[in-house]
Design a protein around this ligand. Sequence first.
Ligand code: ATP
Ligand code: MG
Length: 363
Amino acid sequence: MKDHYDIAVVHGDGIGPEVCGATVEVLRAALGPSSPLVFSEHPAGADLFVATGESFPETTFAACRAADAILHGAAGIPGIVHPDGTEAGLDFTLRLRFELDLFANIRPIRLFDGVRSPLAAVKAGDIDYIILRENSEGLYAARGAGAQLRGEVAVDTLVQTRRGVERIVRKAFELARAGKGAPADGVKRVTCCDKANVLRSYAFFRSVFDEVARDYPDIEAEHALVDAMAMHLVLKPGHFNIIVTENMFGDILSDLAAATIGGMGLAPSAEVGLSQGLFQAAHGSAPDIAGKGVANPYGTVLSAASMLEWLGGRHDDARLTEAAKRIRQAVGTAMQEGMLSRDLGGVNSTVEITRALCARLAA
Ligand code: ATP
Ligand code: MG
């Protein structure tokens, strides 16, 4: 337990400042006047790039590296790009991911009471699983190192290493063992999602998965091809507990999964390595609704709950794990009582939702 924790807050672009600001208020309400969290704000993103020619200053990177955890809104605006064509703001997430080795991207998918799923047959409690996305290898690890030949051919490379696959698969089994997620039948299971029938890299991913699975005889281990998985997440989402998968597949499936629980505004994400964690909602900067006061803050608030749980676990600090639980409960109750933003079919503004959460937490 530490007497205080430095939280580097990077609001970023679009709705980032709205959802991140709301989340800091919720954290303050949850931890009260003797809160051990110390917030500091740092600039990054596309707006900063337009103003200064720089989207991710070294000072911001250094603050993120030194902090106990990083809380982020969203960075990047479509169309605002660096001279090399990469999106200004995307470098924030990618550099942190790779240089701080945030190899595990944990994306909980849970249907809350009070939120309507587009899947007709499901109700609250029926969907409660985690997509564990490998965050440091796979197709995205090349970071622009692919090749394009004379405007005729382009090539990207999918890299999987034994070390990389082993650590993410182990993390998946540890999450299952710790009782995260709640499949309908109550069986703790890890599903390896790949395309092992076509590509060698995925066959390798699966073979390492099978090796690691032997160390966890208490957890059910199974495989699913990614195409079938897209179908299963719609037709039988209640079956899943922990799904472990390669970087790009995790990226794609988590948007699909978010849609089944009410949309991008609700889906939290935690990117953790051995020594640092980055917490931001799974959605982007949503420039279409920025500045209108209607952004859904729940995804970022739930990501902050994950931050407290992670910090509390690392530092054996019950104040933080307790606050994480209270925040999740407050979110659950608020939605159950109909406190819903527009994207969830409701009428409530970001400020109204934030006030409702703070009032409940301060009570
Ligand atoms: P990225 O490339 O960063 O993943 P994206 O292009 O996938 O971004 P998002 O910004 O994630 O797009 O969002 C897509 C759309 O979903 C937005 O334009 C917005 O209408 C809606 N949306 C996303 N997040 C929220 C939110 N928190 N509240 C309300 N609507 C949202
Ligand atoms: Mg997206």
